[in-house]
Ligand binder design. Sequence first.
Ligand SMILES: [Zn+2]
Length: 332
Amino acid sequence: MDLCIFCGMQWFKISRRRSRTTLIILLIAMLLLSLTGCSIASAAANSVINPNRQSAPHVAHLLPPVWTPTPESLPTKIILNSIQDLLITPTPTPAIPLYLYQKNLIIGYSVEGRPLEVFQFGSGPRDLLIVAGIHGGYEWNTIALADELISYLDEHPEMIHPRLSIHILRSLNPDGATLIDSPWGRGNANQVDLNRNWDSSWTSDIPKPNCWDLVPLTAGPQPGSEPETQALMQYILDTNMDALISYHSAGLGIFAGGKPSTQESLSLAEAIASVSNYPYPHIDIGCEYTGTLTDWAADNGVAAIDIELSSHWDTDFEQNLIILQSFLDWRP
Ligand SMILES: [Zn+2]
């Protein structure tokens, strides 16, 4: 009995303890249910107010507030062509905006790896060539003139007859062009005078009496030894050029190519002389010119002349625009 009474009291105690535990569990369950219910209700409410809200944070984390394209993020087609090399080319003159060119190509590289850039206008079968910067350094203004002519032709395509193509090599000696105003810039990075390196009356002994001798440049170990010479030689032969003008500075006038000058070169020199103020025949300083571009070109059937600008600082643009028109109109 005692045991029963005891058992009854124990049951009562256990029962009260169970009730309290059950109550606590019920309270916790209700609390959890109410919290879950709130968040479900809140999510449901939000989804009604803004159905896209859940994806928005992802976009915001992926993109910066203002997205700026980088070269790496642009489509490859936009940046990949020969202009790509132009972007890394050190030049003594301001670069021309890329959209101006009708067609440009790289025909080779200098000793130090700079590109030799040709800009072509027109696609006719008769090919004319202008070469600037065969001497760099203090003759930088020939490259500046080439850039001006390229810009002008781009804006005035009507100048080019359908049967013509004109090619402008803006800097044959880009290594020398980095040494603006320096006599060393006349030569390439091997200290070779590129206008003494051609296979026409070539001699190794330069400078000669009465010739330019401010610094001791060479004619190269043999004719056509330099990569710049080789690249232009190949381009002239491959393109089958009809005529060329090679620009220098300063002051000596117009030289007709060939030893003796060829009829085609004389004809071109006279046509250009008739519309310009540059001295013709050229001023004779008693220098014997050897291994020159224009002599080699004339030997290979190209009408070729040198034109010396009037100074080392002016491009003589107006006068050379008239010369350009005369060059485009010229026939042998
Ligand atoms: Zn020169």
